[in-house]
Design a protein around this ligand. Structure first.
Ligand code: RIB
Ligand code: CA
Length: 317
């Protein structure tokens, strides 16, 4: 039997985070040691509650650690309601979780877990990079003890999704992203370049396996998500990107994407470019690459595995 790869998820649950949590917890190849939460698609109380609810619906037991409530600079403000609903899960009614977050904070847990398993843990960040940035600021030596950070975030060669150039997870705390991208930790960047290529369709959501414990909640949440991504489209012809699940898939199987080793910097101040992931495309600055940036994805392979694992029909089944 092959050993499972130890991972920690950092989330701001969020509809696509919810799918990513299920996809990771039901993985035959990943061992999720813990899940840390952050503000983002809701305030941190809300994203933590949604995370606990999704873990309970997965029927897998894993500890959850509450994380940052605000970015490194400034305060969190609602921004994602149009895509994730007022409760972060498309306004689907969620039962109050029976479980609670652990007593350690997200950053305390990250440090303890990384020191306990030096060089072994892959951190999959599906949210603002605030928790990891705080952990690295408190103990910069952690960067050498993390196996790899798979970051869902950024847009290297395509436009942004919050501003013309910025992707939500970087835009939501560019100072934290700067700390992480300048820390020396090995990074794989799963940005909009590839996440916009993997979509779930109306037909797949409608035909989701009704016997899965999470089916009622996720069906309603995904209906909201499909409407948000396809304003004005008729039901039945909609599709929406699986940003966060793709990052989990890349952590599980890096061959899903082709990558280029590039130097990425983070714009922290620009009035119209704040949160941009700036690529030294021509190598003029002669900088050492700091990220393996995903350039293309085998979308059919990812979608086949994702759908099988979570109970959606494959393609037009
Ligand atoms: O840009 C997509 C990312 O922003 C995803 O992680 C989504 O959940 C939101 O946080
Ligand atoms: Ca997310």
């Amino acid at each position: 039997m092959t050993t499972k790869r130890p991972v920690i998820l950092d989330v701001d649950t969020g509809i696509d985070d919810a799918l990513a949590i299920l996809y990771a917890l039901l993985s035959p190849r990943l061992q999720v040691l813990g899940i840390t939460t952050c503000f983002g698609n809701g305030d941190v109380e809300n994203t933590t509650r949604n995370t606990l609810a999704m873990v309970e619906m997965s029927r897998v037991s894993v500890p959850v650690f509450r994380g940052a409530a605000d970015p490194l600079v400034g305060k969190w403000a609602p921004q994602a309601e149009a895509f994730h609903g007022g409760n972060g899960l498309g306004n689907a009614p969620i039962e109050e979780p029976h479980t609670s977050p652990e007593h350690l904070s997200a950053t305390e847990y990250l440090r303890a877990a990384i020191l306990e398993h030096p060089g072994e843990i892959t951190l999959i960040t599906l949210a603002r990079l605030t928790n990891l940035a705080i952990a690295l600021k408190n103990d910069p030596s952690l960067a050498q003890k993390i196996r790899r950070v798979v970051v869902m975030g950024g847009a290297a060669f395509v436009g942004g999704n919050v501003t013309p150039v910025a992707e939500a997870n970087i835009w939501g705390d560019p100072d934290a992203a700067w700390v992480v991208f300048h820390s020396g930790v090995p990074i794989t960047m799963v940005g909009l370049d590839v996440t916009m290529q993997v979509n779930i369709s109306d037909a797949q959501v409608q035909k989701m396996d009704p016997d899965r414990p999470y089916a009622p909640v996720m069906k309603q949440a995904l209906d909201f998500y499909l409407s948000a991504y396809n304003p004005g489209a008729i039901s039945g012809a909609r599709q929406a990107p699986l940003h966060d699940p793709l990052a989990v898939a890349v952590a599980e199987d890096p061959t899903l994407c082709t990558t280029s080793d590039l130097s990425i910097d983070i714009e922290r101040e620009g009035t119209i470019t704040r949160g941009m992931t700036v690529v030294d495309q021509r190598g003029w600055l002669d900088l050492t690459p700091n990220a393996a940036v995903c350039r293309s994805v085998d979308a059919p392979r990812f979608l086949r595995d994702f759908c099988q694992r979570l109970g959606f029909p494959i393609g037009s089944d």
